[in-house]
Design a binder for this molecule. Structure first.
Ligand SMILES: Nc1nc2c(ncn2[C@@H]2O[C@H](COP(=O)(O)OP(=O)(O)OP(=O)(O)O)[C@@H](O)[C@H]2O)c(=O)[nH]1
Ligand SMILES: [Mg+2]
Length: 300
């Protein structure tokens, strides 16, 4: 929290176009010129459709454990949830009251609240709304769509009603194709001001994996000092069909992205990758437990 406050006050970026002209070296250096195709749309990032297969260097890379394969999650530094943990997380989501907690900036409740929040970010069409829907199917307001850029504002959903037993999950508009500068402005404002934001899940389509725009958003979150974590979506359509392979690719990307923030030394760090599908529901209970853990509702 201290780190986040210091960084925020040091690198105050005031609009989405700050993505392009922000003086913070970590961000401006990481932008290849070819990525930026609009002079105004900082949130609208151009990306190639090339599949990135990650680094060829296997040295020291953690391999998924057998039990993690079955669980569709790979963790470094975190303990794996037991079956009881997963059942508890499922019960919390099944039995808690869910409600629409606001849509910044129209309601600033999401900015002021002390209730822990997690946000779902990702490229347009990555599956953010679908994943939220899989977590809280009773929330009819959540509308997934095959049209990229369908979610046009931030939707915050509350779950739980007892103090200390509640959290907020935010569905953010996607970045990249079909997004707008105005959405970028609102998202940056949200990221800067939602003081109780505990985690931003970066959703990445398991078929496409990483894009340069994901790296840029990760760099931005690092600048703000906001924790982030990668989630693989649409696993039912993954080319290899092997969770270990997808987890491995995403962990390479995550590890490489964290290196920038940590410096060259391989300091011990915690990480967690989960692959999910709203069709087969794989990874959903793992994600529920992860959300509860980051929100402080269960112990690590
Ligand atoms: N097969 C499969 N399709 C999925 C899955 N999750 C999402 N989709 C499809 O992907 C498309 C985009 O899903 P959304 O959830 O609307 O994506 P989004 O990230 O919210 O997109 P924006 O609101 O445009 O940023 C829809 O056609 C979904 O049905 C999944 O797990 N498996
Ligand atoms: Mg959406």
């Amino acid at each position: 929290m201290i780190r986040r406050t210091i960084r925020r006050s040091t690198y105050h970026c005031c609009s989405a176009s700050a993505l392009v002209r922000c003086p913070v070296p970590a961000i401006s250096i990481s932008f290849p010129a070819s990525l930026i195709f609009s002079t105004t749309a900082g949130w609208k990032l151009k990306y190639s459709t090339k599949i990135n297969s990650g680094s060829n260097n296997n040295a020291g890379h953690p391999r998924p454990l057998k039990k993690d394969k079955q669980r569709y999650a790979l963790r470094i530094g975190y303990r794996s949830p037991t079956l009881n943990d997963l059942a508890l997380a499922k019960r919390f989501f099944d039995e808690s009251l869910t409600y629409h907690a606001g849509s910044p900036p129209l309601h600033d409740a999401a900015f002021d609240t002390t209730i822990p929040q997690v946000a779902f970010a990702g490229r347009t069409n990555a599956g953010k709304s679908s994943l939220l829907k899989a977590l809280i199917p009773e929330m009819k307001l959540i509308k997934p769509s095959k049209k990229p850029g369908f979610t046009r504002k931030i939707y915050c959903y509350g779950i739980g009603s007892k103090p200390g037993r509640e959290l907020i999950m935010s569905d953010l508009p996607g970045y990249g194709y079909g997004s707008t500068t105005e959405q970028g402005d609102v998202i940056l404002e949200y990221l800067r001001t939602a003081a109780s934001l505990k985690m931003v899940y970066i959703l990445m389509d398991s078929r496409v994996l990483e894009m340069p725009s994901d790296k840029q958003v990760i760099a931005l979150l690092d600048t703000y000092g906001i924790p982030w974590q990668i989630i693989g979506t649409k696993f039912d359509r993954a080319k290899s069909g092997d969770p270990a392979h997808v987890l491995d690719m995403l962990m390479r990307f995550s590890k490489a992205s964290r290196k920038g923030a940590m410096g060259a030394s391989e300091t011990f760090y915690k990480d967690e990758i989960i692959v999910t599908s709203d069709k087969t529901m794989v990874g959903i209970n793992e994600l529920k437990w992860s959300i509860m853990r980051h929100s402080g509702l269960v112990s690590e």
